[in-house]
Design a binder for this molecule. Structure first.
Ligand SMILES: [Cu+2]
Length: 84
């Protein structure tokens, strides 16, 4: 019996990469200083990388498989709120 594992495996890797890119909505950011604090707080979390914060959208994107409660508390610690 022959199984072709190469095709499906490669395909799954692409899907996993999409899933690990997280988007959260943050309330309270009003200037570039807030963006910098938020970026720093997220980058300091273990396993988080490729952080990008959008001030106008009130959004942060990051890559990483981390409990959202940990992310929320890190954001709350610097004075903002994760609303989504
Ligand atoms: Cu600010």
């Amino acid at each position: 019996m022959h199984y072709d594992i190469v095709g499906p495996f490669t395909h799954n890797l692409t899907i996993i990469e999409d899933i690990t890119m997280q988007v959260i909505k943050i309330k309270g950011m009003s200037c570039q200083h807030c963006v910098a604090s938020t970026t720093k707080a997220l980058e300091e979390l273990p396993g988080v990388s490729r952080v990008s914060v959008d001030l106008e959208a009130g959004e942060a994107k990051y890559e990483g498989d981390i409990d959202k409660a940990v992310v929320s508390s890190a954001i709350e610690k610097i004075g903002f709120e994760v609303i989504e």
